[in-house]
Design a protein around this ligand. Sequence first.
Ligand code: MRU
Length: 369
Amino acid sequence: MSDAMPTVETLRWVGDCDGELVLLDQTELPVDCLERHCSDLESVCEAIRALRVRGAPAIGIAAAYGVCVGLCGMADRDVAGLFERLEVVVERLAASRPTAVNLFWALQRMRSRAEALRASTSATSIRRALLTEAQAIHAEDREMCRAIGAHGAPLLEDGMGVLTHCNAGGLATSEYGTALAVLFTAEEQGKRLRVFVDETRPLLQGARLTAWELGQRGIDTTLICDSMAAQVMREGRVQTVVTGADRIAANGDTANKIGTYGLAVLAEAHQIPFYVAAPTNTFDMTLESGEDIPIEERDAREVTHGFGRRTAPRDVGVYNPAFDVTPARLIRGLITERGLISPVTMESIAALVAQPTGVPRSGETGKVS
Ligand code: MRU
């Protein structure tokens, strides 16, 4: 067994309830490791929109701290004003990105915490409680990611080729990841993997972030263009595919970074198991199927100017959905912090995910958006 590998610190809170959120700016990686200090609401919203902080769990944690940032400086006696401001803050954060349900889950949890304290006469004590709640969301994510790693690692064998897409690593969570947690744990158990990383057009989260994270941990990594996955599979180099998720419907249909659905189709064609790793707060039990998952469309320039200069004719029409939906039937298993869901059916998901835990999941307390 090897020593535990180093982790990244995706984001942290500095100070008391009048403190600030500090993010590792992911748009600068892998060239620069720069921190960004967010001390007003707009800077948190901008960081989420611009993908300075990204990945479903990390977006949720950032939004929870974003609520604290948005309430900084409120007068202690102005409890009514705090609740009015809270609605504005939640609404602004909820409008930052539409697909990752963790964002709405975290905002709802923060709002519920505040509601429970409505009778309080001190805005400061409510703000302190909200900071504690955000810190709890952050700490729980650390634990969930470790548990996902532990449940997923047995699926991987020494010497396996594993393909992953986008970035579902430490950078997309508190520190350890979901899909990459499975790989990290297997490696920590002494299994040696050959990891193929899709570069993940148009914003290259695979090349910029996943390849960087795997390299930091000394894991055997091979970067490929997205369009090479079929050939790499046909050559027999891949035995398992593991990705993350942004929202999983009650029937197991899974939204994740654009290109994931294509990979799942390819995996089926090559009889390669396709797994999705995600915490249970990525499940949206209010949606029957993936048909209803909102898919974010992003700026055309991400496609036409992907490498810092124009790579397409001026005025060409562009379609840029940031996510796609993989039907449940293509997914061999969902790796959660509570265990593996396989086969993926509405019943098997309900049996594992709908168990009460004391912590609300998406849909249990109503939605923010
Ligand atoms: O647009 P992004 O970079 O936020 O998309 C991220 C993904 O699609 C991840 O795979 C997903 O959020 C899971 S992160 C553990």
